[in-house]
Design a protein around this ligand. Structure first.
Ligand code: F3S
Length: 648
């Protein structure tokens, strides 16, 4: 059977597969990533690692620490945290990069950790960026990272793949940022949610490495778990640059000439007849300058539409793991050279890494930005995550080369933020309102949607091995929650999240309080909760899973999940099953709930694990097989217990 490139990369990094097993989308697998990057949250991961009672790092070459988020905080508490991490890294022989060295994802790329055909995870959602160099990069949660330090392995469910075929070439003044903003805006109905994106087609060769990194980076905002670009001459030239630079630093084994020769001879690629869950086509020559926002990446508008509105801008940002590499800074510098930022605007610039800043100083781009009035910030995340100098204040409007613009992300919830390419950010800073460089043709067109689900996508998988002790069938009363996007605050309120003293009984008493105050009084031990799509979205809080367990819920069945929720739930040994067809059937049967928040169905639901089938009211619904890695975690009562027992 043909495999796509993601399946092949996972196959090469999987352990414990049955002989002859070919990895497919939907498989639960145990993988050994090349690296696991943690940033400031290394501190939280360290706390979890210590809680496992394990003292040795399984493979000290695997973790990479990068301090990048809160680097402007020079207070003693933060500095003590940074010192602890540096000491821990030194003691265990872990590669660690101090505050000011750069943003973790950029370090992973320029230091050669992310490599063609490799697999790197990070305790951060923008690990998708590594796909720009042909590596599979995907996020994990903190428990995963701690388990990785202890065991070198992590579980993963291989997502379905979407093929995005790029044709044509971007017109002058149109950038990779415009392409990904366009994709996010055109396909904003969940078409790529929780998938992996494989970019392909003749248009790929026309994109610079930096543009590929920007596009891969924002596949996160698009909803995907990874975004992958083919390995071609552009990639190999970049890897050769990395090899030479690393060698000049005395690091000769991270990227070698033999590696590059190997990638050239046999670049990772999909089989010609690989199967995809969906296919999208984008003609790059049809893309025009676009902005996201305000407040949402799902909303896009063309520069041609926004510029005449002269929307006042108070702050402008050239920073982040999205768009602060050398080419980005040069594009912005070319716009501002010889001019001054509007008097009422503050333009903040922070290079993606100290290395990028040094390069920009050599080319003159850095000085051109400073001469125009830009305010330099140390290399790191800063305002992108609402930390340090230069945040948006009440009533202000920001324009930013970053990747996220939801309310409050970059400062006040009463501010607005637009996302744009570096050149548009720079031009807007000069004009004092949203604008493009004067010599642009402000054609405002956008390509038409072109999304297909190929015939033969999906289909039944083989029967599943059910581990001894794992129930072959799970049956229970069905509690239907007729809601999409039921967020973690609805499941377990923020007022309880930071209370350490909540007993399981107390957690059960307040579960779902912010969604349906009646829920706790309705639920019975052994119930099965069924919900709509994107269950568990919002902030990451493990109690949104453990509170349902405390209430006696056997499992959740939803149309889809926030991946952070899903990982937190399974890591805590709480079973979650995804079945879009079942969610749609429930919605139709109960007419969306008829105004009730919790509906008690008078027919039970049963989950046939061995045949990956949900049975309800005489109907059957297939779900992706619950492979043995996830059964093992549930049987152990969670990843931490499994690691403690040495069972992984
Ligand atoms: Fe940092 Fe913003 Fe990227 S917080 S990791 S620069 S998305």
């Amino acid at each position: 059977m043909p495999q796509n490139v993601i399946e092949k990369i996972v196959q090469a990094h999987a352990v414990g597969l049955k002989p002859g097993h070919e990895v497919r989308a939907g498989d639960y697998v145990t993988i050994v990533p090349d690296h696991v990057m943690t940033h400031d949250n290394s501190s939280a991961v360290l706390g979890k690692f210590k809680g496992l009672g394990i003292t040795a790092i399984k493979d000290p070459r695997q973790p990479v620490f990068t301090l990048d988020h809160n680097i402007q905080d020079l207070g003693e508490a933060n500095q003590a945290k940074y010192r602890t991490l540096a000491e821990f890294a030194a003691t265990h022989g872990i590669d660690a990069y101090p505050a000011g060295r750069g943003i973790g994802h950029q370090i992973m790329i320029e230091e050669g950790y992310a490599r063609p055909g490799g697999l790197c995870v990070a305790s951060d959602s923008h690990s998708n960026t590594y796909g720009g160099v042909g590596a599979l990069g995907t996020p994990v949660v903190r428990t995963d990272a701690a388990a990785l330090w202890a065991t070198g392995t992590v579980w993963w469910q291989v997502p379905p793949a979407i093929k995005v075929t790029l044709t044509g070439r971007l017109r002058p003044g149109v950038t990779g940022k415009d392409a990904i903003i366009t994709l996010c805006g055109l396909y904003n109905q969940g078409e790529v949610l929780n998938t992996v994106i494989e970019f392909t087609g003749p248009g790929v060769a026309t994109l610079s490495l930096e543009e590929r990194l920007t596009i891969a980076n924002m596949t996160t905002e698009w909803g995907a778990l990874a975004g992958w670009f083919p390995v071609d001459g552009v990639t190999l030239a970049y890897m050769e640059e990395r090899r030479a630079w690393l060698a000049s630093c005395g690091i000769v084994d991270r990227v070698t000439e033999a590696d590059i020769a190997g990638w050239r001879a046999a670049p990772p690629c999909s089989d010609p007849d690989a199967v995809y869950a969906g296919e999208i086509a984008l003609d790059l020559s049809q893309v025009t300058p676009h902005l996201s926002g305000p407040d949402s990446v799902q909303v896009m508008a063309s520069l041609a539409e926004l510029a005449p509105q002269r929307i006042r801008v108070d702050k402008a940002y050239l920073l982040s793991c999205t768009n602060a590499r050398l080419r980005d800074l040069e594009e912005a510098a070319a716009v501002v050279r010889g001019q001054k930022v509007a008097p009422h605007v503050k333009l903040y610039v922070s290079a993606a890494s100290a290395l990028v800043e040094a390069e920009a100083q050599m080319t003159g781009a850095w000085q051109a930005l400073l001469d125009a009035g830009a305010i330099a910030l140390p290399s790191g995340c800063g305002p992108c995550i609402g930390l340090g100098t230069g945040l948006l204040e009440d009533g202000e409007v920001g324009i930013s080369a970053t990747n996220r613009n939801f309310k409050g992300r970059m400062g006040s919830r009463n501010a607005k933020a637009y996302l744009a390419s570096p050149a548009v950010v720079a031009a807007s800073a000069l004009a004092g309102h949203i604008a493009g460089p004067g010599d642009w043709d402000l054609d405002g067109g956008a390509p038409a949607r072109d999304f297909r689900v190929p015939a033969g996508a999906g289909g039944d998988g083989p029967a599943v091995e059910v581990l001894p002790g794992f129930p072959a069938v799970i049956e229970g009363r069905l509690l239907y929650l007729p809601a999409d996007n039921l967020n973690t605050d609805g499941i377990y309120g923020k007022d309880y999240t930071y209370r350490e003293d909540m007993t399981p009984a107390q957690m059960a008493a307040v579960v779902m309080e912010n969604y349906d105050p009646q829920f706790a009084g309705l639920v019975r031990t052994g119930d099965v909760v069924c919900a709509g799509f994107n269950f568990g979205t919002g902030s990451s809080r493990e109690q949104a899973a453990t509170a349902l367990m405390a209430a006696g819920i056997r499992l959740v069945i939803a149309g889809s999940y926030s991946q952070t929720y899903l990982r937190n739930a399974i890591n805590n040994g709480f079973l979650c099953v995804e079945c879009p067809d079942f969610a749609r059937a429930l919605h139709a049967h109960h007419a969306g709930g008829g105004g009730r928040k919790t509906v008690i169905d008078d027919e039970p639901v049963s989950l046939d694990v061995a045949h990956s089938t949900i049975r309800w009211r005489g109907q059957s619904f297939r779900f992706l097989p619950l492979g043995t890695p996830v059964q093992r975690i549930v049987l152990a009562g969670g990843v931490e217990n499994m690691v403690r027992a040495g069972a992984q």
